[in-house]
Ligand binder design. Structure first.
Ligand code: WT7
Length: 630
């Protein structure tokens, strides 16, 4: 695949990609192995919406991830696995070995009844088996639905039921830092509420004592025993589903975004190669979990499609000490590091002593993803990690977009701290005002929309196309609405300012306020709650919950602890609010709508101007809230 190497090349690629998008993407797609090429490059409308890329083409993403590189360089390393505990051995898996493991697992899954089109839930820690399971599903045409191993049993059950998974793949347990997570136990609990599951495959990772339910549960090593390491990749149509991945929105339960085969493959490979300026033989270290889209698109698919070596780290940046990331970089001679601002800010608080005896000389490109990176964190990353010689690519995208849309191209785009800079080829961003008019020119701000399809975009919300239309294509006609606010400066550079809806980004985890409210309301003493976000030095944003209770609470501390626990149980620990305030009422309009604007101001401690409160049903409520604010 051709790589953009100069500013001139970027400009001409961008021009071509907007003037003749089909020609542009067909040329990119020509670099893959196809069992049959496409009849048409693109058919689309944003009203239905319906987007089809490379219709008529037949391929399998794993053929392009694995077989192709196994033919040319079988001994090249595909995955380097770094365990949670640095005293345990890391693993290096060649492309040939990975292909064989994937094939074996395909045969094992076939044996227990997995068929093309089946949905398979993957609930695993960051171990090579997570990659093997995803790739095996993709190879046999089963649709993987990876659930981050920090979600609670209730969340696992919800996701299984929403997509009708008939299989789940998990492990006995794992350690995240010093904390043991008993995955199989969580799955057992989830499966009491998930009747569609026929089999649960368990990988023995830590030899923990667990109970296996006869008939339902099978061991990974047992079903894989004696399986052949040949398995022909299933011919997949361009728009056949590849995976479902859940993400939170401003309302209702999480949405299962559906990504399809050919467009996703072309887009993740293209963006990996260009954004990170990846060079043959380089080692790429993405610190995201495979449970999030970054783990899907760059740790796994984008990297393997390019024949890269991808580092998979089981642990956390602070274990056994705050130098762990740098130790991994030195140990595996990482060239490209891709992490989140929240990790950067949390390490920043420990001072530069965390760099003592670390070399970091192998690093060439740094990436940032998941939330806006503030200038201070950007400079710290640039100076102390990149030693002032590595480009930082601040990559803006979403679960829905499948791949990076706005970002510098490393070594090519002139950088500006805290700016995602410019759209990648094929991406046509627009800023719109409240009434949906496009805002022209520079030095302007508005809601960020995209006006033309790109190959990696999600095609639907699984099982609910109307919700897909409603959420992304109905706010503004003929535009994909991202939910983000954005500025375009005098140079035409884009700076993402954050969500304009009720989605809160806590440590790069996307959390819907409605979901947290629903969880809190499950507490028997809670009548109603409202959750808003407020700025947090390390997490970016944190959650502040206002709750109304059925009776006067004598032990507020106890209630607060219980409310946090309910959230951990219903969603996961990462969604626990930092602040919880018991209030006598919520600021509501006469029509019963909660005025979140006021609650946000209270949470932000910016109460000098609360705006107009006269339209409230009971303006006195605001004083009571202010008096008790945290
Ligand atoms: C939301 C998407 C992208 C993969 C991980 C998160 C925010 C993401 C940036 C960035 C500013 C960013 C946006 C977006 N976001 N990257 N570089 N600068 N904001 O995927 O969980 O679907 O969240 O994350 O608000 O809408 P996600």
């Amino acid at each position: 695949m051709q790589q953009i190497k100069t500013w001139e090349e970027y400009k001409s690629a961008y021009l071509l990609s907007t003037a003749e998008p089909e020609k542009f993407w067909a040329a990119v797609a020509d670099n893959f192995e196809w069992q049959k090429k496409w009849d048409s490059v693109l058919q689309w409308n944003f009203t239905e919406p319906s987007v089809k890329w490379f219709e008529g083409a037949v391929s399998n993403i794993t053929q392009n991830c694995l077989d192709r590189h196994t033919e040319t360089s079988p001994d090249a390393i595909s995955i380097i696995w770094e365990p949670n505990n640095p005293n345990e051995a890391s693993q290096k898996i060649s492309y040939r070995e990975l292909l064989h493991s994937v094939n074996q697992f395909c045969n094992a899954l076939s044996k227990i009844g997995v068929r093309k089109g089946d949905r398979v839930c993957i609930y695993l820690p960051m171990i090579p088996e997570a990659a093997i399971a995803m790739l095996a599903c993709a190879r046999m045409g089963a649709v993987h639905s990876v659930v981050f191993a920090g979600f609670s049993s209730a969340s696992v059950a919800d996701r299984i039921n929403d997509s009708g998974c008939s299989f789940i793949i998990t492990a006995d347990a794992f350690y995240r830092g010093e904390k043991k997570v008993e995955l199989k136990k969580i799955v057992d609990e989830a499966l009491t509420q998930a009747p569609t599951i026929k089999h649960c495959v368990v990988f023995n990772h830590r030899s923990e004592q667990i109970t296996m339910q006869p008939q339902r549960d099978v061991w990974w090593h047992e079903i894989t025993k004696n399986c052949s390491n040949n398995f022909l990749p299933e011919p997949m149509n361009a728009e056949d589903p590849l995976f479902i991945l859940y993400t939170s929105g401003s309302t209702g339960k999480p949405k299962g975004l559906l990504h399809t085969t050919a467009g996703y493959m072309v887009y993740t490979a293209f963006t990996f190669l260009n954004v990170f300026n990846y060079q043959n033989g380089e080692v790429f270290f993405c610190t995201a979990d495979v449970g999030w889209v970054t783990g899907h698109s760059y740790l796994l698919y984008g990297a393997l499609l390019n024949g890269a070596t991808t580092v998979m780290f089981e642990g956390i940046p602070t274990y056994p000490d705050h130098g762990r990331f740098w130790d991994i970089v030195d140990k595996h001679q990482v060239n490209i590091l891709y992490t989140a601002p929240t990790a950067i800010r949390s390490l920043e608080t420990y001072g530069i002593k965390i760099f003592e005896n670390k070399k970091l000389t192998s690093l060439r490109v740094l990436g940032s993803v998941g939330e806006p990176i503030n200038e201070e964190a950007w400079h710290w990353y640039h100076t102390h990690v990149g030693k002032n010689k590595c480009d930082i690519v601040d990559t803006w995208w979403q679960t829905e977009t499948g791949g990076i849309l706005i970002s510098p191209i490393a070594t090519v785009t002139p950088l500006k701290p805290a700016f995602a800079t410019l759209p990648l080829p094929g991406v046509q961003p627009v800023l719109v005002d409240e009434s949906g008019n496009e805002i022209q020119g520079n030095n302007v701000a508005g809601n960020l929309c995209i006006k033309f399809p790109w190959p990696g975009m999600a095609r639907t919300v699984y099982g609910n196309h109307e919700r897909f239309r409603q959420t992304y294509f109905s706010t503004y006609s003929n535009l994909y609405f991202t939910g983000d606010g954005c500025r375009r400066d005098d140079d035409g550079y884009y700076r993402i300012t954050g969500r304009v809806d009720d989605v809160i980004n806590v440590s790069g985890h996307r959390i819907g306020t409605g979901e947290v409210e629903n969880a809190i309301d499950e507490h028997p003493l809670v009548i109603e709650s409202a959750v808003v976000g407020y700025p947090h030095d390390v997490k970016g944003q944190a959650l502040y919950a206002f709750v109304i209770c059925t009776e006067k609470i004598s032990d507020v501390e106890k209630l607060v602890a219980e409310v946090r626990e309910v959230v951990a149980q219903k969603i996961g620990s990462f969604a626990k609010p930092d602040k919880i305030q018991v209030v006598p009422g919520l600021p509501k309009t006469r029509s019963g709508k909660i005025m979140r604007r006021i609650l946000r101001k209270v949470a932000e401690r910016d109460t000098s101007n609360l705006g107009d409160t006269t339209t409230l049903l009971d303006p006195a409520v605001v004083d009571a809230i202010l008096a008790g604010s945290k």
